[in-house]
Design a binder for this molecule. Structure first.
Ligand SMILES: Cc1ncc(COP(=O)(O)O)c(C=O)c1O
Length: 355
C-alpha cells in the first residue's frame, strides 16, 4: 500500500473510520432506528408525492425555504431564530465544528455521542471530555469550571444523552445556559422519546443552538437533520453548508413526513410504552439505567462477559451495541434499541439464555 501518511492530517490518521456492521440481522437493535416503517397506505402517498420531482434540477432555494418555514412553524420559533438544514444531524454537527474559530475548545460530558469527539479530532480541534458522575449524572461544577478555564468554549450536550439515555435535569441545563461566554449545542436527537426540549428557550439564550433529526423517529434512511439558533449563528453556518446538501428527494420527503406528524408521534408513543416494559424486564437481570430515549443501556453482571453475551445474542439473530470496548464508565455495558414488542421479547429471551 502507498505511503501517504505525510499527506493526511494527524487527527485523521490516528483514528479508525466510524464502523457500521455489515449484514442484515433478523432483529436489529443496535442503531436506535425505529422498528416501524411507514404504513403501506402512506408509502403509496409518499411515492405519489415524489413522482413529479425534477431530478434533473438541483434543489431550489424555495424548496429549502418551504421546509424551514414548516419546521419553524411547527416548533413555534420566533422571527429572530434561523434554521440550517443538514444531511442528517451528523452533518450539522460537522458544520458547527467547521465554522468554529481555531481558538474555541470543544467540550462534552463523557461518555456521550462519539461523533462530537470524532469530528473535532478530524478537524484538529481541541476536545475536552468532562466525565459524568455516578449514575451518568452531569457534573455541573466541573463543566462550568472547564467552560471557564477553556473560554471561548463550545459545549455539546446530547439531551437525552447517548449512550446512557439519561435526560439531564432542568436545573442543570439552566445552570449551564447561564455560563457567560460559552456556546451550548443541545442535541435533541431523541426528542420524540423525551418530554423535554430547549427549543422554547432559543429566543432568550443567544448562545444556544438546538439540533434535531428525523432519523430516530422512523426516517433514518432519509438522512435529514436541522438546527435552530439565533440568526447570528445560522447566517455564519449557512456559509459552511454545502449548497445542495439536502437532496430534492429528501426535502420533498420531509415536507411529506411533516404532514403526518401524528403517525410518527403515535409510533414514538408505542416505543416509549415498550421502553417501560423492556426496562422493567431488564431490571430483573442486569443493571439498567432509566432512559428517556429509544434505547436502554445496561451492565452485565459478570465482568468481562460483554463480548461473549454480545456474540450469543448475535447467534440468536439479535444485534445490539457492545460498548464495553470504550471502557471506563461503560465497562461491561451493552445498549439495546427498543424494538417492536415481539423483537423485545425475543431479545429478552435470548439475553436470559445467554446470561
Ligand atoms: C445524540 C445524537 N446526535 C446525532 C446523531 C446523528 O443522527 P443523524 O445523523 O442520523 O441525524 C445521533 C445518532 O445516533 C445521536 O445519537
Amino acid at each position: 500500500m502507498a505511503d501517504i501518511g505525510r499527506f493526511i492530517a494527524p487527527g485523521v490518521r490516528s483514528r479508525g473510520a466510524y464502523h457500521v456492521p455489515a449484514g442484515e440481522p433478523p432483529i436489529k437493535l443496535d442503531a436506535m432506528e425505529s422498528p416501524y416503517r411507514l404504513p403501506m397506505e402512506l408509502r403509496d402517498r409518499w411515492l405519489h408525492a415524489l413522482r413529479d420531482i425534477a431530478l434533473n434540477r438541483y434543489p431550489s432555494p424555495e424548496q429549502y425555504e418551504r421546509v424551514k418555514a414548516r419546521l419553524a412553524r411547527d416548533a413555534r420559533l420566533g422571527p429572530d431564530i434561523g434554521i440550517i438544514l443538514g444531511n442528517g444531524s451528523d452533518e450539522i454537527l460537522q458544520n458547527i465544528l467547521l465554522a468554529l474559530s481555531p481558538d474555541v475548545t470543544v467540550i462534552a460530558p463523557t461518555p456521550t455521542f462519539v461523533m462530537y469527539e470524532q469530528i473535532a479530532s478530524i478537524l484538529g480541534r481541541r476536545f475536552v471530555g468532562v466525565p459524568l458522575q455516578e449514575g451518568f449524572r452531569l457534573d455541573v461544577a466541573a463543566l462550568r469550571d472547564a467552560l471557564a478555564r477553556h473560554a471561548p468554549a463550545l459545549l455539546f450536550l446530547a439531551y437525552p444523552n447517548n449512550p446512557t439515555g439519561i435526560l439531564y435535569p432542568d436545573d442543570d441545563m439552566r445552570a449551564l445556559l447561564a455560563v457567560d461566554d460559552a456556546a451550548i449545542v443541545v442535541d435533541e436527537a431523541y426528542h420524540p422519546f423525551a418530554q423535554a426540549s430547549l427549543m422554547g428557550a432559543l429566543g432568550r439564550a443567544p448562545r444556544l443552538l438546538v439540533v434535531r433529526t428525523l432519523s430516530k423517529q422512523g426516517l433514518a434512511g432519509l438522512r435529514f437533520g436541522w438546527l435552530a439558533a439565533d440568526r447570528a449563528w445560522t447566517d455564519e453556518l449557512e456559509k459552511v453548508r454545502l449548497p445542495y446538501n439536502v437532496s430534492t428527494v429528501t426535502a420533498a420527503s420531509v415536507e411529506f413526513a411533516l404532514d403526518y406528524a401524528d403517525v410518527f408521534a403515535d409510533q414514538a408513543a408505542r416505543i416509549r410504552a415498550e421502553r417501560g416494559r423492556l426496562y422493567e424486564a431488564l431490571r430483573g437481570m442486569v443493571t439498567v439505567w432509566p432512559s428517556e430515549a429509544n434505547f436502554l443501556l445496561f451492565r452485565l453482571p459478570v465482568p468481562g462477559s460483554a463480548e461473549r453475551i454480545h456474540g450469543r445474542l448475535k447467534e440468536a439473530g439479535i444485534l445490539v451495541k457492545n460498548l464495553a470496548g470504550a471502557g471506563g464508565a461503560l465497562t461491561d455495558c451493552l445498549r439495546v434499541t427498543v424494538g417492536t414488542p415481539a423483537e423485545n421479547a425475543a431479545f429478552l429471551a435470548a439475553l436470559a439464555q445467554a446470561l
